[in-house]
Ligand binder design. Sequence first.
Ligand code: IMP
Ligand code: MG
Length: 178
Amino acid sequence: MKVIHPAHEIAQRVKTLAQEITKTYSGCELTVIGILKGSFIFLSDLVRAIDMPVQIDFATLSSYGNADCPQGEVKILHDIKLNITGRHVLLVDDILDTGESLSAYKRYLEQKGPASVRICTMVNKTHRRSAAIQPDFYGFLIEDGFVVGYGLDYAEQYRALPDICVLETNSIDGEEYA
Ligand code: IMP
Ligand code: MG
C-alpha cells in the first residue's frame, strides 16, 4: 500500500474545494447529498468548511458487479428524504470511476425539479469512464489504479485510513470493486 495523498494534503485540498463551492453557490439554497458509504468522511470535512448554511441528506446506491445488481444497472437502496424541489443540489461521493452510478442517480434527482445538480468527488479516476459525466468539483485526479482510505474501501476494509493510498494488488476483480 502506497500513500499518494497524505492527510495534510487532503485537508488543504478540501479547504480550497470548499472555498470554490462557497463561491459558486453564494446566495443559493444548497442541499448536499452524500452517497453512502464512501462519501461519509469527505462529506463531513467538506460541509464544515463550506461557509454557508447547507441541508444534508444521504442516499445508498447498489454498486455494479454485485450479485443483486447486474452490470450496468444502478438501484437506489435508500433514497433521500429531503425535498429538493427548487434547491441547488451538490452530489458528493468518494470517487467518480465509470460514472454510471452517479449519472443514473443524477438523472433520477433531476426529475424531482431541483434548481441544479452538480457533482463533487474526492477522486476523479478517468481511465474507466463510460458515462458522459464529469465531476464539477473534485479533489484529486488519478488516471487508473485502485485507491483506498479517506472513506474509500476495498471489500469494506481501509475506509478509516486518514491518507489516500494506492492498493497494490493484482487480485482485484469486479466482485469486490464497489
Ligand atoms: P462508478 O459508478 O464506476 O463511478 O463507481 C462508483 C463506486 O465504485 C464508487 O463510489 C466506489 O464505491 C467504487 N470505486 C470505484 N473505483 C474505486 C477505487 O479506486 N477505490 C475504491 N472504490 C472504488
Ligand atoms: Mg464503495
